[in-house]
Design a protein around this ligand. Structure first.
Ligand SMILES: [Zn+2]
Length: 282
C-alpha cells in the first residue's frame, strides 16, 4: 500500500489500519503483520484481533480475534476502494451515555454537540510519541502544510493527539468510574465521551519541542505566537480561547481545521446561563 494512500478504516467497534503502521509486541505477530495489508483491532482497548493478507485471508492474532472471525470477515469488502466521506451513526453513543448516567441535558448546558466519527481517516504523519496521527483528509493536508510553513520560519511544531474514537474516550470514563469517581466529578475535568472535537478527526493538539503537552504555558512559546499569526492561513482556529462559552478551560494547544471559509458555528449557550465548572477535553 502506498504511504500517501494510508488510511484508517473506521467501523462501530473495530478499526483497520495499514499493517505497516502497527506496532506489534510479539515477534510472531510481527511476522504475520509483515506479510499482511491490514490490521483489524478493537477500538475500546486497541487489542490486535486479526491481520488481513493480500488475498483477503483473515489471520486471527489472538483468541478474541478467533471468536470474532465471522464478524470481522463481514468488514473485508469495506477495505477495498475509497471510503465514503460520511460519518458513523451516533445510535450506540446515545445508548452508552444513557448507561453511564451522563445528564441528558449535558450538551445543551455546555453548548456542545455530539461529534460523529468519520468512516475513514487519513494518515497525517506521526505524533510526538511516534504514533500514527489520524485526521480527516482536509485536516491532514492542512496540518502538513502548516507544519512545513512553520519549519520554514524556524518554528518546530509537533502533534500531541489528533483523532480519538468514542470507544477510547468511553474507556477512560469507565476506568474512572471503576476507580470510584462519580459522573459529576469526571465531567468537571473531562468532556463527556462523544462531545470532544477530537472524535471528528479535524482537531488536533499541537506542541513544540521542550514544552510539556497540553499546558497553558504553551501560550508563551514562539510556536504559539506563530500559530496565532499564521494558523488561519491553513484553515486552523483555536477552539477554546479564554472565557469560551462552553465553560471549557483555555486550551491554547487545541486547534480545529475547517475546509471552507465558513464561520464557526454559533454558540448555543444562552447568555443568561452561568458558565459551568471548567472541563478539559484535552
Ligand atoms: Zn484537544
Amino acid at each position: 500500500m502506498r504511504r500517501d494512500a494510508w488510511q484508517l478504516i473506521n467501523f462501530e467497534r473495530f478499526e483497520a489500519i495499514p499493517a505497516a503502521l502497527a506496532r506489534p509486541r510479539g515477534s510472531a505477530t510481527a511476522r504475520i503483520l509483515a506479510r499482511s495489508e491490514w490490521l483489524l483491532r478493537r477500538k475500546s482497548d486497541g487489542r490486535f484481533l486479526a491481520a488481513v493478507g493480500p488475498a483477503r485471508a483473515l489471520v486471527p492474532l489472538d483468541p478474541a480475534g478467533r471468536r470474532l472471525l465471522r464478524t470481522l470477515r463481514q468488514l473485508l469488502p469495506a477495505l477495498r476502494g475509497r471510503r465514503p466521506a460520511d460519518t458513523l451513526p451516533l445510535v450506540s453513543m446515545h445508548a452508552a451515555l444513557a448507561e453511564l448516567a451522563v445528564p441528558p441535558d449535558y450538551g445543551t448546558q455546555r453548548g456542545l454537540a455530539l461529534v460523529a466519527e468519520p468512516r475513514g481517516l487519513a494518515f497525517a504523519g506521526v505524533d510526538r510519541y511516534r504514533r500514527p496521527l489520524w485526521l480527516t483528509p482536509g485536516a491532514a493536508r492542512g496540518w502538513r502544510r502548516l507544519q512545513a510553513a512553520a519549519r520554514a520560519d524556524g518554528v518546530h511544531l509537533d502533534a500531541i493527539s489528533g483523532y480519538r474514537s468514542h470507544a477510547y474516550q468511553l474507556g477512560i470514563f469507565r476506568r474512572k468510574l471503576a476507580r470510584g469517581q462519580t459522573v459529576a466529578e469526571i465531567l468537571a475535568v473531562n468532556a463527556a465521551p462523544g462531545y470532544s472535537e477530537h472524535h471528528g478527526g479535524d482537531a488536533l493538539d499541537i506542541g513544540t519541542r521542550g514544552e510539556p503537552p497540553a499546558e497553558e504555558s504553551f501560550e508563551r512559546t514562539a510556536a504559539f505566537a506563530w500559530l496565532a499569526r499564521r494558523a488561519g492561513e491553513f484553515g486552523f482556529t483555536m477552539s477554546y480561547p479564554r472565557d469560551n462559552p462552553h465553560g471549557i478551560v483555555y486550551e491554547p494547544w487545541h486547534w480545529r481545521h475547517r475546509d471552507t471559509a465558513a464561520p464557526r458555528r454559533a454558540f448555543s449557550v444562552a447568555a443568561a446561563t452561568p458558565p459551568p465548572a471548567p472541563a478539559s477535553p484535552a
